[in-house]
Design a protein around this ligand. Sequence first.
Ligand code: NOJ
Length: 560
Amino acid sequence: MSAPTPATTTSAATAADRDWWRQAVVYQVYPRSFADSDGSGLGDLPGLTARVDHLADLGVDALWLSPFYPSPMADGGYDVSDYRDVHPQLGTLTDFDALVAAAHGRGLKVIVDIVPNHTSDEHPWFVEALASPPGSPARDRYIFRDGIGTDGPGHDGTHPPSDWVAHFGGPAWTQVPDGQWYCHLFAPQQPDLDWRHPEVRADFLTTLRFWADRGVDGYRVDVAHALAKDLSEPLRSKPDLEDDLPVDGSDPLYDRDDVHQIYREWREVFNTYDPPRTAVAEAVSHPARRALYARPSELGQAFNFDLLKADFDAAQFAEVITFCLREAAKTGSSSTWVLSNHDVVRHPTRYGLPADVDTRAWLMSEGADPVADEARGLRRARAATALMLALPGSSYLYQGEELGLPEVADLPTELLQDPTWENSGHTEKGRDGCRVPLPWTAEGPSLGFGSGPGWLPQPAGFAALSAQAQTGAAGSTLELYRSALRLRRQLQGEETFTWVSSDGPVLHFERPGGWHCVTNFGSDPAPLPEGQLVLSSAVGPVVDQLPGETTVWFTRPRPA
Ligand code: NOJ
């Protein structure tokens, strides 16, 4: 590929056009649970297009669409069988174009999810690989190996080639009828690609261009840290998942140095567009290596899940914020912030549980014991969100959090679709509880999601949380998000940030222009700093004191 044209010298786009992502609020759409236009029970692209006004009125800057591509849905679409089309149940390419036009027409950018670590087992490449004999070129796009015997390689081949484990449970290898094994770090229906293969690399560049040419503004890169594996023989041992990865890039599977060459090639493609396309890495790494993915010569931005993993605790929040801002600044990127997404228990529910509860175990417990304190969880969630939205950098919101939706912890197990449930041998329920179709109206077969039942049942409590029920309702979570996002646009300036106080249960920071954010993490009221109060996460009025578990924004503080 020819050298990229630096966008800075030939770009007609303004700096604001090029840097839109730096302090954007990005709304994650999980398409099959957002809005169903045809009564199929699955959300779809026309359903989303019909609801673009909700997102524009909410005040977000961009939509990130989780996969909507053709897929057997073994992992909710993260098993892609064609990277350059739309799942027939979710719409057509024409529907996609209409969605982009509607979003752009309302000033919203569009980000699509790219899933490069693995394809679906129904992808034509894998179908061809299975139909081809061991050692054939068609198998080289994936990671096929002979098995080993109980006493090592070259024996009866009845054991997987290595001890690698899959994220959804079980070994990361599945045997095919001719005796070989293929690697899958996720479900068996998600075979891992071999990124040393030139055709694999070239094909993803084609996919990136395909969507950019259709108008998408950026990409979210799935499992961005796993593409470059050490496949030298003998395969190295790695009997655990990727927690506590080394700082020197020496893990055999995750966050290896070679992965960055891939993203430098991608950046060349991004920079052929004006404005350049943006990207955000979903990369798990040693914290000190996260910034590498966010280099301007690579993806430009990287997720961190540090706030999402923190308890509702002032000291933990303060440490995360200080650390993430410093790490993002290392490469000139901006930090990301996330409290909920399609892979985790929703944050109002997490914050309603005692801090030491392991949410995976909690989901499996009889009657979800202990019972989450929903009122407290929502109060804390509103406070945490208001704090997050005052931070410099980009905030990623997950659909339904603007309604304060809780996790649906009691879905009947026979309805669970997350591969985690089956692959863990029914020891983990997985992530369906945060993927229940959205309630749009207070009535109707699926509360306005569609004309019939949705693919997962909504609990009775969703009616009162519907967008319709909350619109215009004083103190509702939806109106809090709308107010916060509107104010954020008005107040947002330079990306600078100063702690006023980061000790004790009350965190207080200042942004340029006299924008102050104060969060009381404690249960007891705290003194209310002076200034003009412009936002409060409390449901009721804030008068003399800052209530517990509450965030306020104020401007123009009077001199002390
Ligand atoms: C991360 C995605 O967020 C998750 O939903 C998916 O199951 C895995 N990657 C595998 O693609």
